[in-house]
Design a protein around this ligand. Structure first.
Ligand code: UD1
Ligand code: PEP
Length: 434
């Protein structure tokens, strides 16, 4: 199992580039199910979840080509022959986003068998709202032997009001609605940029969608979609992670190839915490921090609020800010797994229900710590970048789900970080490199 070895103390200086968003790429790959033609996606991140999605689509009979060399961030998907519309447990268990194939499979094939996703480290993560919406569109769904089986010769347009805002739920039902008979009106939808990105691809494929990016989406179903080429949005969570990296290390970092409009809430908080943040043109942000950081509270919300996927990384920063920060997690019931590990490094954090109180300005010292989920891993890397000594982060496979070669990117701007192990066939680097 791969580990990261991180020696803290270096300010990050230079330019770091953001990859495509995994949370956009995953629904966009699932959208290829909706057509017999080829769908070409660019700016696909090279992360483990994408490989899992490739396997998932291939296991159903799709041809999925992931590019190499100069075309390494491009994928071409052909779902002409979907011989087996089944999402098998062996694949689904490793990735929550697998539920995203449910809507498109029923829409295209009239049936789907999808293994029930289990809970995960950050919470129970039910998909009841996906199922309720599909039932409203006429699907009959039964659950047995750990699988959901959904059938509908043709889905019908429906009026769906989400009880709760759900990102993949909105995406799943959007993909179901584009081939449904008649109009679908969806209310209380997620407004995340990943929904807008998916809607842009679907529109390029011939779908008729109004209102993506707002809480009300209206879809006129069509009988057929065609192929399209689409470029995936930059990853706003990776961008946010790098912004925190620049601020926490008291560096001077340009985060390039991002969309500044998508990281407004994170920029606002970093400014409140005393970092200097400057938007450079359309796609870069400069972050500098040379004075003391100060405490600022956060409360996670759906977009455009402060993202839950940035809560753990922000908490690492809060350990270095003077004063007390209250961090409230409103989206997932159990997303504080990083707290114990940060405390192992010397942080002063107390958790009470959904609120973590961070007494900042603490000296972090290197330790052996365990990554429990994707963003918790990022939080530990950030803490290790400012800790005194050499930290060892175990289970970095969580990080590999969603960050493309993060250790190489961070090393490029001066971090002392190396991987021990062999994921993605990388050669072990000499200890002296650290
Ligand atoms: C692949 C992907 O895009 N993942 C993102 C997506 O996850 P995901 O789409 O799974 O998260 P949701 O937006 O669905 O979840 C929000 C809340 O709604 C609850 N819920 C959701 C669906 C449902 O049917 N019933 C229900 O109760 C969830 O348990 C959670 O408490 O949005 C999350 C919230 O921004 C992010 O943290 C994840 O990174
Ligand atoms: C929670 C995340 O991903 P997933 O929904 O795939 O678990 C994430 O990207 O932070």
């Amino acid at each position: 199992m791969d580990k990261f070895v991180v020696r803290g103390g270096n300010p990050l200086v230079g330019t770091i580039r953001v990859s495509g968003a995994k949370n956009s790429a995953l629904p966009c790959m699932a959208a290829a199910i909706l057509t017999e033609d080829r769908v070409i996606l660019e700016n696909i991140p090279q992360v483990h979840d994408i490989e899992t999605e490739r396997k998932l689509l291939a296991s159903m009979g799709a041809e999925v080509e992931l590019g190499y060399g100069r075309a390494q961030h491009r994928t071409t998907i052909s779902c002409r022959n979907l011989s087996d519309p089944v999402a098998k447990y062996e694949i689904v268990k490793t990735m929550r986003a697998s539920a995203l194939v449910l809507g498109p499979l029923v829409a295209r094939c009239g049936m789907a068998r999808v293994a029930m996703p289990g809970g995960c480290a950050i919470g129970g993560r039910p998909i009841d709202l996906h199922l309720k919406g599909l039932e409203k569109m006429g699907a009959e769904i039964v659950q047995e032997h750990g699988y959901l089986e959904a059938r509908a010769p043709r889905l019908k347009g429906a009026h769906i009001v989400f009880d709760k805002i759900t990102v993949t739920g909105t995406e799943d039902l959007l993909m179901a609605a584009v081939l449904a008979d008649g109009e679908t009106l969806m209310e209380n939808c997620a407004r995340e940029p990943e929904v807008t990105d998916l809607a842009a691809l679907l529109t390029a494929m011939g779908a008729q969608i109004e209102g993506a990016g707002t809480s009300t989406i209206r879809v006129k179903g069509v009988t057929k979609l065609h192929g399209a080429q689409h470029r995936i949005n930059p990853d706003r969570i990776e961008a946010g992670t790098f912004l925190v990296a620049g601020a926490i290390t008291k560096g001077d970092l340009i985060v390039a190839n991002c969309n500044p409009a998508h990281v407004g809430a994170v920029i606002g908080k970093l400014q409140e915490a005393g970092a200097r943040v400057e938007i450079l043109g359309n796609d870069s942000i400069r972050v500098r921090s040379d004075g003391a950081l100060k405490a600022a509270d956060i409360s996670t919300q759906e977009y455009p609020g402060f993202p839950t996927d940035m809560q753990a990384q922000y908490m690492a920063l809060a350990t270095q800010a003077e004063g007390t920060s209250q961090i409230q997690e409103n989206i997932f019931e159990n997303r504080f797994m990083h707290v114990q590990e940060l405390v192992r490094m010397g942080a002063n954090i107390a958790v009470d229900g959904r609120t973590a109180t961070v007494r900042g300005g603490t000296h972090l010292s290197a330790a052996a710590v365990m990554c429990s989920d994707l963003r918790a891993s990022a939080s530990l890397v950030l803490a290790a970048l400012v800790a005194d000594g050499e930290s060892i982060l175990d289970r970095v496979y969580h990080m590999d789900r969603g960050y493309e070669r993060i250790e190489e990117k961070l090393r490029g701007v001066g971090a002392q970080i190396r991987r021990m192990g062999n994921v993605f066939s990388r050669k072990e680097e000499p200890v002296a490199a650290v």
